[in-house]
Design a protein around this ligand. Structure first.
Ligand SMILES: Cc1cc2nc3c(=O)[nH]c(=O)nc-3n(C[C@H](O)[C@H](O)[C@H](O)COP(=O)(O)OP(=O)(O)OC[C@H]3O[C@@H](n4cnc5c(N)ncnc54)[C@H](O)[C@@H]3O)c2cc1C
Length: 500
């Protein structure tokens, strides 16, 4: 239902980029009343993100948009060249099907993803959708936040009262300003000209298949990638003394593409200059107002992880907001959002900042260029909702297929799950069983094939997986599982539950 009525909602999501739309959908899975608000009447026509990793594809599965996978493309090998087109290094990006249950890396078309999730929000009876509306201000109303809105086309004003507000309003976040958050600068500010095209002719002078390249050690390092389908992206890094306006001219795009295409051989989709910054906001929460996605952290695009990180924010925050709004957990649970997510995203931010600062210095050596195989960065969550007796706690879980051939998350849903040896599960106390039920946990009733191989391969007899697919912890026997569940209950439930 497309609500046009002022009213009360559990969560107002400000900003419908990839982060806000993912969060809105997860809050729908939590059954909350929401408002989703964006200045844009339609999804942004000029996509920024192109790369999706396997963990994010798994999040797309939770969002119920995995059918889009058939429109995605795979990635090939990245070759890094120096100024003389000598290979400095090659990186085979495609690791095939991973333990996440999906391909290691994809290229996607961001507007399709956003369109589908906007449609989901529109279809959700408990959502008010405000597309083409701008948030003009927030006001503290003790246990609520007042959100002031204006429809851009009509100038009419509205006001929503929300229990919580999440600012998914991007790098220039007004919500962040309202909260008084500061930003830590990781010192990697660069500008790039992005030119996207659809070729209208076939060319044999481009890298084969899904391969891509970066040419460094030249005045303006150049990156070429294949986006989903027929789309191609050329990205030219600007020097500090380069004039953005001069680089954003159409003629400049023609010039950049001239070694491969004549201007009459393609449809230009865009030519824009972006400025990349590596910033982390602090704090991410002030009372009932929180930040997620680019409003909380930005990074250069070299790892293709900015959007993926925002989606991780959403999967971490969605279930926590669900519990707090329902009164299943105290509001302090929301503090664990930043303590867990911030060190995790910092791992990507600092590495992409390092790469951004190095790209211009790529020079070939006399030795044969190394052929490297890409590895996934899988940082551990910071302290928060995790059992800390085992180093597996806070790491990303795998997604095996169950005996019936279904992917684990499809069986479990967006909630806690216990996966383990039935003998261990039946050996737990009645109190453990009652706690698991009160926590809404899905106890998987099978332990064979890929599922068993995964758990035993971790050296465990049972694991607790959080709704965002990170491990709460692992247990070797029933007594350890009793203790782990008691810790989980102590962490989540409003009153302290003594371990018995
Ligand atoms: C060229 C480029 C390439 C990139 N490539 C990748 C990649 O391959 N992979 C990857 O993971 N990441 C990539 N990134 C990063 C990625 O695009 C961003 O991290 C991601 O899009 C951020 O999403 P977001 O939803 O947090 O913010 P945004 O997408 O910026 O969304 C914010 C939304 O808030 C709305 N808004 C703001 N203020 C208000 C207001 N007052 N009222 C109403 N609405 C408001 C805006 O209209 C906007 O729709 C790339 C970035 C760029 C620039």
């Amino acid at each position: 239902m497309n609500s046009t009525v002022d009213g009360d909602v559990d969560v107002a999501v400000i900003g419908c980029g990839t982060t806000g739309l993912a969060l809105g959908r997860l809050l729908e899975l939590e059954g909350l009343r929401i408002a989703v608000i964006d200045r844009g009447r339609m999804p942004m026509a000029r996509p920024r993100a192109t790369h999706v990793d396997d963990e994010t594809m798994r999040a797309f599965q939770t969002l119920g948009v995995q059918h889009l996978e058939k429109t995605f493309s795979l990635v090939g090998t990245y070759r890094h060249y120096d100024s003389e087109w000598r290979i400095v290094m090659q990186m085979a990006m495609n690791r095939g099907l991973t333990e996440q249950g999906w391909q290691s890396d994809y290229m996607f078309h961001q507007p399709d993803f956003e369109a589908v999730l906007r449609g989901h929000a529109h279809n959700y009876a408990e959502a008010g959708t405000y597309f083409g509306w701008e948030v003009t201000g927030l006001e503290d109303a003790r246990d609520r936040v007042l959100v002031n809105l204006r429809e851009i086309a009509t100038r009419q004003d509205r006001r929503i009262r929300a229990s919580f507000v999440v600012g998914c309003d991007g790098a220039r976040s007004g919500v962040r300003e309202y909260m008084g958050s500061t930003q830590i600068d990781h010192q990697a500010t660069h500008r790039s000209l992005i030119v996207d095209i659809i070729p209208l002719v076939t060319k044999d002078n481009l890298p084969p298949g899904r391969d891509a390249f970066i040419q460094g050690a030249i005045r303006n390092p150049l990156t070429f990638t294949r986006i989903a389908g027929p789309r191609l992206r050329f990205e030219l890094m600007l020097r500090p003394d380069d004039d953005s306006a001069a680089f954003a001219r159409t003629e400049k795009a023609y010039e950049v593409l001239s070694p491969w295409f004549s201007p009459d051989e393609y449809r230009m989709l865009r030519c824009d200059v972006y400025e990349w910054r590596s910033l982390t906001a602090s704090p991410w929460r002030a009372g009932r107002v929180l930040l997620a996605g680019d409003s909380a952290h930005t990074m250069p695009p070299h790892l293709g992880q900015g959007m993926c990180s925002g989606i991780r924010d959403a999967t971490n925050l969605g279930w926590k907001l669900g519990r707090v709004v329902r009164g299943d957990s105290p509001i302090d649970l929301l503090d664990t959002y930043e303590t867990e997510r911030r060190p995790h995203v910092d791992a990507y931010t600092t590495l992409s900042a390092l790469l951004a600062n190095k790209i211009e210095a790529l020079v070939a050596s006399e030795e044969d260029p190394p052929v490297l195989r890409a590895e996934a960065l899988r940082p551990r969550l910071g302290p928060g909702v995790r059992g800390d007796t085992n180093e597996l706690a806070g790491t990303l879980s795998a997604q095996p297929r169950t005996a019936s051939g279904r992917l684990l998350d499809d069986v479990v849903g967006y909630r806690f799950a216990v996966v383990g040896d039935p003998a261990v599960l039946s050996g737990t106390t009645d109190r453990t069983k009652a706690l698991l039920e009160s926590l809404g946990t899905h106890v998987l009733d099978e332990f064979s094939g890929e599922v068993r191989d995964w758990v035993t391969g971790l050296g465990a007899a049972a694991v607790i997986v959080r709704p965002d697919r990170y491990l709460f912890g692992a247990a070797g026997n029933a007594t350890e599982l009793d203790a782990l569940v008691a810790t989980l209950a102590t962490t989540l439930l409003p009153t302290t539950v003594p371990a018995s």
